[in-house]
Design a protein around this ligand. Structure first.
Ligand SMILES: C[S@@+](CC[C@H](N)C(=O)[O-])C[C@H]1O[C@@H](n2cnc3c(N)ncnc32)[C@H](O)[C@@H]1O
Length: 199
């Protein structure tokens, strides 16, 4: 497997997430979840969203393929006495044993081979309770990625593709936006969807 450039960053000191504070999308979703809701954070990284949800008493399972990321998340959770379940595993082979109130894959799906990423959306949908939510944030191919990025960004989505997978759910958020170079050293175009399972 090719290591992504951020993998090593997870092992550097500090308890702050290398991705910054939690994304504002989740503030509103928190209010929609029942007490004790089950949350799956797929490709959790060092856990900025997992920690947010677990701190509020939700039952969080956080999965990442990076040992450094999971080690850091475990350390931070221990230090802050936060209870959550971490899993060091490739999300494509992770068994979804529960039905979840919320499944998020924030910045993950474009890193997977095209078929696996799209198939995963289908599995997430089948493992979401009626009335539950999926939050998916992906990089699109609308802005060309540098060659150096293509080794780990295996399958950027077509602009507008993500929403099509949720056409049978309620779309609560359906947005396209640009992100300037920063932590990731090149500009990107992204799509994000918050969808609610209706049936
Ligand atoms: C861009 S980071 C986003 C991290 C986190 N979701 C966040 O928003 O802070 C993508 C994460 O997906 C993880 N990842 C990549 N491929 C994966 C796979 N096949 N299974 C599980 N995690 C994976 C990476 O290790 C990385 O931590």
């Amino acid at each position: 497997m090719i290591e992504a450039p951020w993998d090593e960053d997870y092992s550097r000191g500090g308890t702050e997430s290398i991705w910054g504070p939690p994304c504002c999308l989740y503030t509103e979703i928190i209010n929609r979840l029942p007490r004790g809701a089950r949350v799956l954070d797929a490709g959790c990284g060092d856990g900025r969203h997992s920690i947010l949800f677990a701190r509020l008493g939700f039952r969080v399972t956080a999965v990442d393929i990076s040992r450094n990321a999971v080690n850091k998340l475990n350390l931070v959770a221990r230090q802050q006495a936060i209870r959550l379940t971490t899993v060091l595993e490739d999300i494509t082979s992770f068994r979804l044993n529960h039905h979840y109130d919320l499944i998020l894959a924030h910045g993950l799906l474009h890193l997977l081979p095209a078929f696996e990423g799209r198939q995963l959306i289908d599995r997430f949908k089948r493992r979401t309770i009626t009335g539950g939510y999926n939050v998916m944030v992906v990089i699109t191919n609308l802005v060309a990625l540098p060659l150096s990025a293509r080794a780990h960004m295996k399958a950027p989505f077509n602009d507008g593709e993500l929403r099509r997978y949720y056409k049978d759910w309620d779309l609560i958020v359906d947005e396209a936006y640009s992100s300037p170079a920063g932590r990731i050293p090149y500009p990107r175009h992204l799509n994000r969807v918050v969808a609610r399972c209706t049936a």
